[in-house]
Design a protein around this ligand. Sequence first.
Ligand SMILES: Cc1cc2nc3c(=O)[nH]c(=O)nc-3n(C[C@H](O)[C@H](O)[C@H](O)COP(=O)(O)OP(=O)(O)OC[C@H]3O[C@@H](n4cnc5c(N)ncnc54)[C@H](O)[C@@H]3O)c2cc1C
Length: 395
Amino acid sequence: MTRFTYSLALMASTLATTTLLTDASAQVTSSSYSTGGVARSSATGNGNVQISARAAVSNGGYANARMNGSGRFGGRATGQAIAASHGGTAIANGNSIARGWNARSDSNAIAASGQSHGMEIRTGAAVEEILVRGGRSYGVRLASGEEIKAKLVVSNVSAKLTFGDLVKRDHLPQEFAERIDGFRTRGMGFKLLCAVDRKPVYKGFDAEKCGIEYPGYAHIGPTPEFLERAFDEAKFGWYSSEPFLSPSVPSYFDPTLAPDGKHIVTFQGGVTPYELSNSDWDKEREPFVRNAMRVMDRFAPGFSDSVIDYKLYLPKDIEDDINMPGGNTQHGELSLDQLFFNRPVPGYADYRSPVAALYQCGASTHPGGAVSGVNGHNAAREILKDWRQVSRNAD
Ligand SMILES: Cc1cc2nc3c(=O)[nH]c(=O)nc-3n(C[C@H](O)[C@H](O)[C@H](O)COP(=O)(O)OP(=O)(O)OC[C@H]3O[C@@H](n4cnc5c(N)ncnc54)[C@H](O)[C@@H]3O)c2cc1C
């Protein structure tokens, strides 16, 4: 493979239409649409698999998902149903993609809106400590030593870091601190960015039957058994020999992302444990990519030959790049005991914390990760309820 010549950013794959690819000969139908803040996505395969997902994007009020067909619904595959429901959130935002849009555009838009109301933004300014006195927070100290005083502090940094690192432990009730220690943040997924000289051609895709021109966002996980097996190896500290994949082709929607005639394909998938039991990732990166390519070639023959270059992000890379403990893209596992009123820990799922005037607004809170804005919206709602009191107490 020749050197990489495109600039590939981490991209949120909120693309036009999602398609579940079952197997090469399967009949595949797919739809995704958004109605009044509720997203639904459904895909019907060859009779073995049925996945339906429904997720509210208005205020994270509910999310449910169902997998059925083969009668198996256990182990780690349960997490897939939850992930499918989360996928629904992304799909709702992505019935279309604006040319020139990328994940950074959202942040820039929010920043511009805040600045128009007088908000000051600092980047490259790591917070070293959230300052607490008498049980209430009153500002932050940056790594530079500068202290910034505030009536209240809102943190979207992972709960594990906010309460395990930035707030001194003696400001926290012991039970709360121990529960935060127990919040599981193991990353199991990978992101693979590929520059290719042609877009994937899926042999199971029929444009006429699907009613779409091209599956710009697809899911490859043909049966519940396939998903279970992908997890089986990870349970014992290894990576999947046949990973499940969600390839998307953002350059199909926005050709400005790649040189003429070329494309970008981004994959999310699994399973890639944070640590391996009998080896280390430095040795296993290439073999793992070969596994992913083998699966992709089965569904889109010749794909691996089209790859010009690639970059793989494993959980450890994500942890190092973004300061996400464990490299979990959702800040913490989306398992039932860490969702809803338990997120991040029981008793503090309302965006507040045991420290007065310290709020949480990130993916460690309900409803978890994804570029949805729900956590921030809900946190703002709670802060506005408290604002008069917090403001008075700070004076
Ligand atoms: C590789 C990858 C792919 C993803 N793909 C998708 C997708 O396709 N669709 C989707 O919807 N979501 C996707 N996600 C998930 C989504 O990006 C996250 O759930 C979301 O960004 C969480 O937002 P947040 O504001 O809660 O936290 P974050 O985005 O994690 O923001 C927290 C910020 O705090 C910073 N920080 C950490 N420590 C400090 C400190 N001490 N001082 C100052 N700053 C600090 C971090 O660097 C980070 O910028 C993906 C995530 C990753 C990593």
